[in-house]
Design a binder for this molecule. Structure first.
Ligand SMILES: Cc1cc2nc3c(=O)[nH]c(=O)nc-3n(C[C@H](O)[C@H](O)[C@H](O)COP(=O)(O)OP(=O)(O)OC[C@H]3O[C@@H](n4cnc5c(N)ncnc54)[C@H](O)[C@@H]3O)c2cc1C
Length: 465
């Protein structure tokens, strides 16, 4: 046990934890950040795709729901999702906030009241629109197919400062961490300033238990897989992500006082389709995702289309089949275009633990979610067919990248975990503002809203001292 009592312990060095650490340390607070993953940088990010999974994700790369029909990618690295994500940033619309208000009864969840918090969050990072010159053939096929089928699309906005496409940079690599520090991940933005302002960060420290009383918190865990350590603080920020927060609370027995822990888990499940073309497409070249579907009809239908691609090992798990047939398909990678449908899921899942403390995730698609998925796949097939694809391959695994909920915001402690001031309902010394507080699936990229909510929560933490 370290004798020192910190002002604040922050569990998780991802998007929310880093934004909060930046603002608290700016006010001179003594903060300790504990992160289970390693501290890597542009010189040490893995260059071998499979090592990205084993070094930078929980459970060696992939976690599954109860019946193995849905795979989750949960980052475990200093910087959290900001290291491995695609850094697409969008503000939520009234449609998303309206649903949140009806589920949480929190009035400030609207575009007008959230606008100043989005402004503050955006001021912390460089945001650029991808230039037309960086488009590859995958993007051209998508744009042509969308137009032919009567849908609108536009250039993507991304957290980046200069991707050097003109120098032949292929940005698909940055799913393993950006090697030119263009992507605005936390270690090159808010975490960097927090460290300069005095934040103490311990990487490779897995928090295992939380004890709390009305005066403060005691956090225990394992450092480097062998040394048990404990720390004390006046206040605690839980920023371990949607699955991480629920697991820690459940393993610490806090569900008795907060019965909704683990409820309302959403993931924006994604389904990948590949169009195989006669001429090379080279989807992995240049900006591997530069345009997006912005058609209002898709919003109404409850999905969006992602014009992405995946590195070869990841792709090999999505391409169906075995043996020679699978290998023959994989040889066609340079000829493949790719579009995914990301469903705005309506069926809440549940995160729980079994009698041995192991993770159990109950998350299924209901008939509405399946209808949304099928409509999206139908449109993708039309896009590929109308642009000359010789074959269409339907990926066989659904993936959840946007992990949300489990400690949702709300005014009622019976069906929510985090109150409108971002405190745990049962304890005013514990704050949460990461992806776990999302009351439902917005159908929009979550990161920018996590940054805005975390900025808002920081003000409350500071004024709470
Ligand atoms: C491949 C991929 C692409 C994505 N693309 C986009 C995109 O383009 N735009 C977008 O908005 N979002 C995207 N996302 C989602 C986005 O990255 C997440 O929504 C966001 O990172 C969540 O932020 P967070 O602060 O809630 O948690 P995270 O950023 O995940 O941080 C949580 C941290 O807590 C740590 N932690 C958990 N448990 C413990 C513990 N017990 N002890 C210590 N530390 C712990 C984890 O290791 C992790 O580092 C993507 C995600 C993935 C995986």
């Amino acid at each position: 046990m370290e004798n020192k009592i910190y002002d604040v312990i922050i569990v998780g060095a991802g998007v929310s934890g880093s934004f909060i650490a930046d603002q608290l340390t700016k006010e001179g607070m003594k903060c300790l950040m504990l992160e289970a993953g390693p501290f890597l940088d542009k010189d040490t990010y893995p260059t071998y795709e499979v090592l990205t999974s084993s070094k930078m994700y929980w459970s060696g790369g992939i976690e599954l729901n109860k019946n193995a029909s849905l795979a989750f990618l949960r980052p475990k690295v200093v910087g959290g999702g900001s290291i491995v994500n695609q850094a697409l940033l969008d503000r939520f619309d009234e449609e998303a906030f309206g649903d949140w208000r009806s589920k949480s009864s929190i009035d400030y969840l609207n575009t007008r009241d959230m606008a100043p918090w989005y402004d503050k969050a955006e001021a912390k990072i460089a945001i650029q629109t991808i230039p037309d010159s960086a488009r590859n053939r995958n993007a051209e096929i998508f744009l042509k197919g969308m137009e032919k089928n009567g849908f609108s699309a536009k250039a993507l906005t991304r957290a980046q400062s200069g991707c050097e496409y003109e120098k032949g940079n292929d940005c698909i690599e940055c799913l393993s961490g950006c090697r030119i520090d263009s992507k605005q991940s936390m270690p090159v933005t808010t975490l960097k300033s927090a460290l300069a302002q005095g934040l103490k960060l311990i990487p490779l420290f897995e928090v295992e238990n939380i004890k709390m009383n009305q005066d403060g918190v005691e956090i225990s865990g394992i450092r480097g897989k062998k040394d048990a350590q404990k720390f004390k603080a006046k206040k605690l920020v839980m920023a371990a992500g949607a699955i991480g927060n629920s697991l820690l609370f459940l393993r610490s027995g806090l569900d008795k006082a907060n019965p909704a822990i683990g409820e309302n888990f959403y993931t924006h499940p994604q389904f990948m389709s590949l169009g195989v073309y006669k001429d090379p497409v080279n989807s992995f070249k240049s900006a591997f995702q530069s345009v997006k579907s912005d058609d209002p009809k898709f919003r109404k239908w409850g999905f969006k289309l992602e014009n992405v691609f995946a590195p070869p090992a990841g792709l090999s798990m999505l391409v169906p089949g075995h043996g020679k047939a699978h290998a023959d398909d994989m040889r066609k990678i340079p000829h493949m275009a790719c579009i995914e449908v990301a469903v705005r899921d309506t069926n809440p899942g549940k995160i729980s633990i079994d009698s041995k403390g192991r993770t159990v995730i109950d998350k299924k698609l209901n008939s509405e979610d399946k209808k949304r998925r099928d409509k999206g796949i139908e449109i993708i097939n039309n896009i590929f067919s109308s642009t000359g694809a010789e074959k269409i391959i339907q990926g066989n695994t659904a993936i959840g990248l946007h992990l949300m909920g489990g400690c949702v915001l709300g005014t009622d402690g019976k069906n929510s975990v985090t109150n409108p001031e971002f405190n745990l309902h049962s304890n005013k010394n514990v704050y949460i503002a990461d992806s776990s507080v999302f009351p439902s699936a917005p159908g929009i990229n979550p990161s920018l809203t996590i940054m805005a909510l975390s900025t808002m929560a920081s003000k409350n933490i500071i004024s709470g001292f």
